[in-house]
Unconditional design. Structure first.
Length: 240
């Protein structure tokens, strides 16, 4: 979808986006570039230069939205999304009143709210799945995130995230096969992700959880009620 030319010092490489994140890192490493974040907009005389060559109308529209805060990974993430969304046209992207690849992706990928009085569940349905047997997961921590933070994690689960690194030691699979996880959720919209990173800084094992905030809140209320009932002394029934 996008052809990207990257030059670092005297070495250069060509990337075709979208692609797997590890491929981007491998290609950049091959020219001696090991920066964690590669900006899309660079100065022509800088040590590191990036040039995006848009060909289609969609590519040109997306490039017009790029800002200095956007990275190559951001562009790749958006390219992956647009590659799967055949119904999104260039005009839709052009008319989206946002600037910046990250903001554009958040706007386009935000779950649609149908005009209906019926129950709406945001989920990712799997085609012709043979088995839905679940695995026991213990939630070690329930963590509310801002909508921006949650979208960043939800839309880029294979990137390293500070929140996952912070709770890295709390995620593992024990000797009984039970997974110990963290539950992160959008404090505004309420859906979340159940994550077991297995020592990594990214969401190695994860599942989208609708109404995660409600589940966490209900559990906390239940624990509070249990604690209160245990603290209340029993009153003996004396008959006179």
């Amino acid at each position: 979808m996008f052809t990207v030319f990257v030059k670092y010092q005297k070495n250069s490489a060509l990337l075709k986006l979208p692609c797997e994140v590890h491929k981007i890192r491998d290609v950049l490493s091959s020219i001696g570039c090991h920066f964690s974040e590669i900006p899309v907009l660079t100065d022509e005389n800088a040590e590191l230069t990036v040039k995006v060559y848009p060909y289609s109308e969609m590519e040109k529209v997306v490039c017009s939205k790029i800002t200095e805060n956007d990275s190559l990974i951001d562009l790749n993430t958006l390219a992956k999304y647009l590659d799967r969304q055949y119904s999104i046209e260039a005009k839709t992207v052009r008319d989206t009143d946002v600037s910046g690849i990250q903001n554009l992706y958040m706007k386009l990928s935000e779950p649609k709210q149908p005009e209906t009085e019926k129950l709406v569940i945001h989920a990712r349905l799997v085609r012709k799945e043979l088995d839905f047997t679940p695995t026991a997961c213990i939630v070690e921590h329930s963590i509310p995130l801002s909508q921006e933070e949650f979208f960043s994690l939800r839309n880029n689960p294979l990137q390293d995230h500070k929140i996952i690194k912070k709770y890295q030691d709390n995620m593992y699979c024990d000797s009984d096969g039970i997974r110990h996880c963290i539950l992160v959720y959008d404090e505004k919209q309420g859906d979340g992700l159940l994550i077991d990173s297995q020592g990594a800084d990214y969401a190695r094992y994860a599942q989208y959880i609708p109404c995660a905030r409600l589940l966490a809140e209900q559990y906390e209320q239940q624990m509070e009620q249990t604690a209160e009932s245990e603290e209340t002394p029993e009153i003996s029934d004396f008959s006179l």
